[in-house]
Design a protein around this ligand. Structure first.
Ligand SMILES: C[S@@+](CC[C@H](N)C(=O)[O-])C[C@H]1O[C@@H](n2cnc3c(N)ncnc32)[C@H](O)[C@@H]1O
Ligand code: SF4
Length: 359
């Protein structure tokens, strides 16, 4: 990376207007650039130009598995049979977390870090994790989640294993540790194996962010620096970078700014309205500014800015209306390896254990 690339990647804002309580972007970008430079010396680059495209053996196999599962699921649905093949597995690898977000919920009114402290801390071992991934391998994708998945020391080893089994890999992280982790030798292959990196980002105001996350301002600042760092690294290794914003009544105005910021920087935007347990927050849904925000998000989606879903789907999700959910297509595995059936959000969900398969 040289002066030319510095200028190429430095933020240029069109929609976004900086607020006095937002960080100094030039300073933060400079830090991100220096870190990206250091990381680029540690990570594995695949010299094959095809590796930057879908024409990679693993991705082609994963795509084939998706199309096959979709075809079978649609045929079953036409016959009224809802015994679907999972398209991906969401794996809560651990309940541990270094943050304690104000809205955090496991869909059952618990916060992951609290669950961990209350004794729900018996995560699968690495060997059990690999057995679980092997069970999942006939589906397309694995979504590493938590708690905070980057707290698991064996994350790179498990990712390497799922990659070898031709899975499509996604991670949802709070983004606080990823910049430092990518400097470690164990994380050398991480970016070339992780296809989608989703980072939570609920405000561009560091002071507000540290209050929401219950963490130090220096750590909240790292989340922003790490997103900017990953954005630069994206130009060298092919992965999709997504910012996931949980919209609350307190952070609606910041959500407008994050939308603009992401659209300007070419970062895929994933807006989610805060749930209370397994229910939408109806006060939020009826908030006049929320309605304006939703409209703006749909407009930008229609204009072609990168968003996590189609305009139609986002409209349904953000307005919590007309949603036909097929939960068994996205199976949710708990930190113990148990599967919630049909869905973690159902208060009466049954937990299915694989104990014999995992031991
Ligand atoms: C439980 S977190 C686990 C991964 C990681 N710790 C993180 O925060 O990104 C998974 C996602 O759920 C979101 N989330 C947590 N509580 C939520 C709530 N009450 N409503 C909507 N989304 C929520 C988080 O913002 C995050 O993007
Ligand atoms: S970082 Fe994720 S798991 Fe941790 S408290 Fe926040 S939402 Fe919950």
């Amino acid at each position: 990376m040289n002066q030319q690339s510095y200028e190429l990647f430095s933020p240029r804002f069109h929609f976004y207007t900086a607020k006095e309580y937002h960080p100094n972007w030039e300073e933060l970008f400079h830090e991100a650039y220096k870190l990206a430079l250091k990381i680029s010396k540690n990570i594995a680059f695949d010299k094959n130009p095809l590796s930057r495209t879908i024409l990679q053996k693993r991705k082609l196999i994963a795509l084939y598995k998706t199309l096959k599962a979709l075809f079978i699921n649609m045929r079953r649905m036409a016959k009224g049979n809802h015994n679907f093949i999972p398209l991906f597995y969401i794996w809560t690898m651990t309940n541990a977390c270094n943050f304690r977000c104000s809205y955090c919920s496991d869909h059952r009114h618990h916060k992951y870090p609290d669950l961990y402290k209350q004794g729900h801390n018996k995560d699968l071992t690495t060997a059990q994790g690999k057995k679980l991934i092997k069970i999942m391998k006939d589906s397309t994708a694995i979504y590493f989640c938590g708690g905070e998945p980057t707290l698991r020391k064996d994350l790179p080893e498990l990712l390497d294993y799922s990659t070898k089994l031709n899975m499509f890999n996604m991670i949802n992280t709070n983004g606080s540790l990823i910049g430092d982790l990518l400097l470690k030798p164990t994380y050398k292959k991480f970016l070339s194996q992780m296809d989608v990196i989703i980072i939570s980002l609920d405000s561009l105001n560091i002071s507000q962010l540290s209050d929401i996350y219950e963490t130090k301002e220096s750590i909240a600042r790292k989340v922003l620096r790490n997103i900017l760092t990953l954005r630069i690294l994206q130009n060298y290794v092919p992965f999709k970078l997504v910012a996931n914003t949980v919209i609350t009544k307190e952070t609606i105005e910041e959500s407008f700014d994050i939308l603009d910021w992401c659209n300007d920087l070419g970062i895929c935007f994933s807006p989610v309205s805060a749930n209370i347990g397994h229910e939408p927050d109806y006060d939020l849904l009826n908030h006049p500014r929320y309605k304006i925000l939703t409209k703006k998000i749909i407009e930008r989606t229609n204009q072609g800015y990168p968003m996590i879903a189609s305009a139609r789907m986002l409209e349904k999700l953000l307005r919590a209306s007309d949603i036909h959910c097929y939960p068994t297509v996205f199976d949710h595995i708990d930190h113990t390896g148990e599967l919630f059936w049909p869905c973690k959000t159902y208060p009466q969900a049954v937990k299915i254990t694989y104990n014999s398969a995992l031991s």
